[in-house]
Write a protein that binds this ligand. Structure first.
Ligand code: FAD
Ligand code: NAI
Length: 490
């Protein structure tokens, strides 16, 4: 097919890494095309990840479940259901029998997703980014061959620079084949037609705990099977233990230190074989639906990396230097396909920095201040070092804590599970890490991210005026506990 005019940049992949890079590049004056094969923009995050799992917390004025406007997705809908069913009475609100229509919950999620993906198409038009629908292959250092998504042939795009933003895919578990109906990945779990009576989740990571929470709230008996002895190992161990107990109180069951060696569907039920991680006698477990959530791996299928000599590491991640450049100088890579946390906001930061560098500016990402947020209830959000990491590094540190039980806003709204914990340098008081478990922790963490980015001390936060009554006052109190040894309200 005819080659189109040369672009400054061709981005392969339209996920949060790729689409944000394309828009930023256009804003910096580069001519840019973005190649995406799945038929909609937004990547894993918008189509089958962050957005459908979480939903938008904000409702439009007339928004209600079933009203057809963008609103809730699964975590949000299921949380509101639990609130109405189990907590409204405590607020003095009387409702009759509370029930849900799962098809309506799914419809709401789909409406939110399609509205947002179309929104990105609009942003592309506004910023003059060319959207090329098809699967890209790097045919040379300055050439991307695109096989049209509708099978109508292929085009070759010429580019000064190429950006690989092809993201990641589900890591399969040997012996447990995914059919997306009975044995599902997160994609199948987001699209179940009904709420199963029983669900087994393999992996107590982000996906396992978020999707496990959704279905437990909607009435499924959920058992989480985890290889390690702890849930989400990257969390601060003190916070993590409290979090684990809270999830158990919500009805999730855990089988820790256990691996699944086999899974098959027999007469419509999933039969699993489990073994202690350290070895020992196996046991059987039967369930209606099994979710495999043991991690994600970089996706580079059909990209032509080998032919071009673009290096990948042992885990299949594209190797880049500190400027996001691969072993071929005109080819850059960002997001889930390179090393680092597999998070949408990290992919976006990578993308902005990479195109700034291409445009002759000084892009940079500080991986030490990328926040992690688990969107369960309560949420767990953290940034910087855990206490264990500070210890392992041999740092001389101190900690300070504050419980939401002692926060007036949390008490007033009856949502007191959780705490704020600071880790700071013992001698200088400089912040090393902040860990929050509590309602809205995912919003509250950003004051800590900013503080860490600015190299602030615990005392800086302790002396910053916080509005009353807010949950954020717990952050200030934990800062006081760290800087002065004592908070006011505990
Ligand atoms: P992706 O979003 O994977 O996008 C890559 C895109 O490239 C895809 O659309 C793919 O179709 C396309 N592509 C691949 N190869 C080609 C090719 N050759 N040609 C053309 N197109 C191609 N992260 C968070 O930060 N917060 C969350 O709450 C969160 N929740 C999640 C929930 C779930 C269930 C899952 C699965 C993930 C979640 N994540 C979350 C992770 C987040 O989705 C990823 O980190 C993020 O999407 C990575 O962005 P990316 O642009 O690197 O890749
Ligand atoms: P994960 O890495 O978060 O968790 C996987 C869990 O599975 C780990 O605890 C691991 O020990 C366990 N595991 C691995 N092999 C196992 C086995 N054979 N048997 C039992 N357990 C096993 O991966 P997950 O949950 O699949 O999510 C993938 C990625 O997507 C996350 O790492 C994260 O980057 C991203 N994500 C982010 C979210 C957020 O930011 N809120 C939400 C969902 C996903």
């Amino acid at each position: 097919a005819a080659a189109s005019a040369e672009k400054d940049l061709v981005v392969i992949g339209g996920g949060p890494g790729g689409y944000v890079s394309a828009i930023k590049a256009a804003q910096l004056g580069l001519s840019v095309a973005c190649v995406e094969g799945r038929g909609s923009l937004g990547g894993t995050c918008l189509n089958v990840g962050c957005i459908p799992s979480k939903g938008l917390a904000a409702y439009p004025a007339e928004g209600r479940l079933g009203s057809g406007v963008a609103g809730a997705a699964l975590l949000n809908s299921s949380h509101k259901y639990v609130e109405a069913k189990s907590h409204f009475a405590a607020y003095g609100i009387k409702v009759g029998d509370v029930s849900y229509d799962f098809a309506d919950i799914q419809k709401q999620k789909d409406t939110a997703v399609s509205g947002l993906t179309k929104g990105i198409e609009g942003l592309f038009k506004k910023n003059k980014v060319e959207y090329v629908k098809g699967w890209g292959k790097i045919a040379g250092p300055n050439e991307v061959e695109v096989a049209a998504a509708d099978g109508s042939g292929s085009t070759t795009l010429r580019a000064k620079n190429i950006l690989i933003a092809t993201g990641s895919e589900v890591t399969p578990l040997p012996g447990v084949p995914i059919d997306e109906e009975k044995i599902v990945s997160s994609t199948g779990a987001l699209a179940l037609k009904s709420v199963p009576g029983e669900m087994v989740v393999i992996g107590a990571g982000y996906i396992g705990l978020e999707m496990g929470s959704v279905y437990a709230r909607l009435g499924a008996k959920v058992t989480v099977v985890e290889f390690l002895d702890t849930v989400v190992p990257s969390m601060d161990s003190e916070v993590r233990r409290t979090f684990h107990r809270t999830l158990e109180k919500q009805g999730l069951k855990f089988k820790m230190g256990t691996k699944v060696t086999k899974g098959e569907v027999v007469n419509g039920r999933v039969q699993l074989t489990l073994e202690p991680a350290k070895g020992g006698p196996s046991e059987k477990l039967e369930t209606d639906v099994c979710l495999v959530a043991i991690g994600r791996r970089p996706y580079t299928k059909g990209l032509g990396l080998e032919a071009l000599g673009i290096k990948t590491d042992a885990r299949g991640r594209v190797e880049v230097d500190s400027h996001f450049r691969t072993s071929v100088p005109s080819v850059y890579a960002i997001g889930d396909v390179i090393p680092g946390p597999m998070l949408a906001h990290k992919a976006e930061e990578d993308g902005v920095a990479a195109v700034e560098i291409m445009a002759g500016k000084h892009g940079h990402v500080n991986y030490a201040t990328v926040p992690s947020i688990c969107y369960t209830h309560p949420e767990v959000a953290y940034v910087g070092l855990t206490e264990d990491e500070a210890k392992a590094k041999g740092l001389s540190y101190k900690t300070g804590k504050f419980s939401f039980m002692a926060n007036s806003r949390a008490r007033a709204v009856g949502d007191t599970d959780g705490m704020v914990k600071f880790v700071a340098d013992k001698a200088t008081d400089k912040l090393l890490g902040v860990h929050i478990m509590g309602a809205n922790a995912g919003e509250m963490i950003h004051e800590a991210v900013l503080a860490l980015e600015y190299g602030a001390s615990a005392e800086d936060i302790a002396r910053t005026c916080h509005g009353h009554p807010t949950l954020s006052e717990a952050v200030k109190e934990a800062a006081m506990a760290t800087a002065f040894g004592k908070p006011i309200h505990m």
